[in-house]
Design a binder for this molecule. Structure first.
Ligand code: AMO
Length: 438
């Protein structure tokens, strides 16, 4: 007999034979009769074991440890005593894999274990329904993003993750021993996306891991994250990139709202789909707003983590939205890397922007400098060794269109969308300064 899910058995006729399987969540032994609660991906079903019918097996059945995998064959019996409206009267119960005792982490216990313990035993932690819901939303978000890119004519690409040079500065590069050479893990597909613009792909996107050797632990950084990147050519200005970014976020969130409303209800969050156009505030204006709000600067006048939070609150209050762009990042800031195109009318400003969501940076991007000579002088200004960028620079010498793009942190997107307290909640097996296992 083919195994069916707990929720599928709801549609069977009273008395029908069936075969179900799952994890033994709870055993209630009342002496002559025992109730087993068994969980599969769809829900929890109840099995009633009567000692009169299963005399030989009864004592062993009530001793099966919690979280063991069991297979139950029997008859469906309708009842109003269970959530699914039926229970199973078994003819056979087979233990497929017995769980050791004690469990390193409770699955249905009310007590909240520490995050470290949970992550050490992540496979058990993920058996909890509320944890799996996070990854169901993440799945929908990915589907929504891919749906958008495909409809907009973007080609999905895969660029190398073992690379010779970094796009985001040397400080956060992981080293890799690559045969006789020293290589790195890619911090961003940035340089490759740009090279593909010289190849005439015009619109590309990539959803892949990015690596940063962040030397601190925060609730919004990990050493490995999923970066959603796009790049497009023949743009007139960074406004084209911001428009595309807003449409992407709108489409993905609409998709999640449509397909995942049941799961969203479990999180008690109000899902905002941003209106177009999304509010844009130049960096310099952000600084003035923050000063009016009483912020003091430690050194550089820059929107830092605290500033982002304050601006998020300000925009929410003034404009009733969780989304806004910080635009025109000044050239002086570290964030404005060598490839950023500067404003024609004022080279002290770049065309770079961040999209902020609930007081935290979600997206970073802008128009790139596509003119070879200007790019070289910006790299020299940044003290970069041009030799390390030879294969990148070559692509600017034989016909490079105007172009730009963005990187969006998928894990952060899930975190902010579901109001999760820590980015690690949105990652199956997170990597950080102190975690390489599991
Ligand atoms: P940036 O470095 O700002 O830009 O990264 C883009 C987005 O990726 C997410 N992110 C992270 N998420 C989790 N842990 C981290 N350590 C981490 N670092 C970044 C953030 C961030 O907004 N090359 C540019 C993109 C481009 O211009 O195309 C880049 O990588 O959500």
């Amino acid at each position: 007999m083919k195994r069916i899910h707990a929720t599928d058995a709801v549609d069977l006729e009273d008395g029908a034979s069936c075969r179900l399987a799952g994890w033994l969540q709870e055993v209630k032994d009342l002496g002559g009769i025992a109730f087993l609660k068994v969980r599969d991906r769809s829900g929890v079903f109840q099995v009633v074991v009567d000692k009169d019918n299963m005399e030989k097996e009864y004592d062993d059945i009530v001793e099966i440890p919690r979280e063991s995998v069991i297979v139950v064959e029997g008859e469906k019996k309708e009842t109003d005593q269970t959530e699914l409206g039926y229970e199973i009267v078994p003819s056979a119960i087979k233990v497929e894999n017995e769980a050791e005792k004690p469990l390193p982490l409770g699955v249905v216990d009310k007590v909240n274990a520490e995050m470290g313990t949970r992550l050490d035993n992540r496979f058990l932690d993920l058996r909890k329904e509320e944890k799996r819901y996070i990854f169901e939303i993440r799945d929908l978000l990915l589907q929504g993003l891919r749906d958008f890119f495909s409809k907009e004519g973007f080609i999905e690409v895969n660029t190398p993750k073992i690379v010779a040079t970094g796009a985001e500065g040397g400080a956060t590069l992981f080293d890799v021993q690559y045969y006789d050479n020293n290589a790195h893990l890619a911090q961003s597909p940035q340089l490759y996306k740009q090279m593909l613009m010289a190849s005439g792909f015009e619109k590309v996107y990539e959803i892949a891991p990015a690596y940063r050797a962040e030397d601190f632990d925060t609730i919004r950084h990990t050493s490995e994250f999923i970066s959603v990147d796009f790049e497009m050519s023949f743009i007139d200005s960074s406004d084209d990139i911001m428009d595309m970014t807003s449409y992407m976020v709108q489409h993905a969130l609409r998709y999640v709202k449509e397909k995942g409303s049941d799961i969203l209800d479990e999180f008690n969050v109000e899902l905002e789909i941003p209106d177009h156009p999304v509010k844009k505030i130049p960096h310099e204006k952000c600084i003035r707003i923050l000063e009016d709000m009483g912020k003091e600067w430690e050194d550089e006048r820059e929107v830092d983590t605290e500033g982002e939070k304050m601006l998020g609150d300000y925009v929410k209050e003034e404009y009733g939205t969780d989304f806004f762009y910080i635009t025109e990042f000044p050239t002086r800031l570290k964030k404005s890397t060598f490839y950023a195109k500067r404003k024609d009318y004022d080279p002290s400003l770049t065309t770079y922007f961040d999209l902020e969501y609930k007081g935290q940076e979600l997206v970073s991007g802008g128009q790139r400098e596509h003119r070879y000579d200007v790019l070289i002088s910006q790299m020299e200004e940044n003290d970069l060794d041009l030799e390390n960028f030879e294969s990148y620079l070559k692509t600017f010498k034989y016909g490079m269109p105007t172009h730009g793009g963005i990187g969006l942190g998928l894990d952060r997107f899930v975190q902010q969308l579901l109001d999760l307290s820590n980015i690690r909640e949105a990652i199956l097996f997170p990597r950080d300064t102190s975690r390489l296992e599991p």
